[in-house]
Write a protein that binds this ligand. Sequence first.
Ligand code: IPD
Length: 296
Amino acid sequence: MAELDMHDICAFVIEVAREAGGTIRSAKPSTSNTLSKKNTADIVTETDKAVEQHIHQRLQQRYPTFAFVGEESYKIGVEVTDEPTFIVDPIDGTSNFVHGFPAVCVSIGLVVKKRPVVGVVYNPFQEDLWSAVHGQGAFYSQHDGPRKALPIVSAPLGELNTACIGIEWGSDREGPNFDLNLKVFTTLARSRATGGHFVNSLRCLGSAAIAICLVAAGQQDAFWECGCWAWDVAAAWCILSEANGIMVDGHPGNWNPPIDNRRYLAVRPATDGQKEFVEKFWDVIGEDRSSYGPTP
Ligand code: IPD
């Protein structure tokens, strides 16, 4: 890892993310020209595929020895190895993209030994750019303006009832995975008198990568999703860690989950209370477990 010039890689990845963003901005998506993957909540457009192909070609030309895992070209059974690997979601927030809802981003992460070392998340509609390099901090800029170091907010974390938490419904809408989501959402939301935590708010943004970047900035206290993929989290995870946020297992127990864990809890940078916050969140899950296989 020492011989890789991470700063140089990050600068190139930003260039590629901006090119991809141009294609996304000029596309004319609609809810009627999408293809359904698993169901109508799990969709892909021709733009997702074209953008991934472009990103893949550009990265491969410049870094021919690095592996590549992309959402749209992923084949069941492919595993992230210890080798330098670009993990890419060409459009994170495809549902937002086809609805014209502007929480859409290009997400490009580089992982080495399965740990994120470079992360670039770019929203071409709002011109938000989050980026980070391992050991060099995390940054945010908008409209190509000056970079601000992250986090923006890092006050102590307190009880769940003051927390603004990002969640996602996912595309499983029945069975044990869906039931666990419902239990967690309602326990977080309901009043204390009825056995809940009365959290300040639950936010559903439709882009895991952007939601995790907001946690990195401290603008949202946490993000919890079970069922998403390495390409949804790899880039934003680097940004979160470099901002001093933490990514732990979305289920109780593992403080150091692998990149392809499929269950994630991101907690914002805080001068105090991060560990306690995680433990309180894990208590909400209790003994129930969701499980996600290798099938997209
Ligand atoms: C999706 C988004 C969404 C999350 C899903 C992801 P996509 O990515 O990140 O927020 O809930 O799990 O699959 O399909 O828009 O690239």
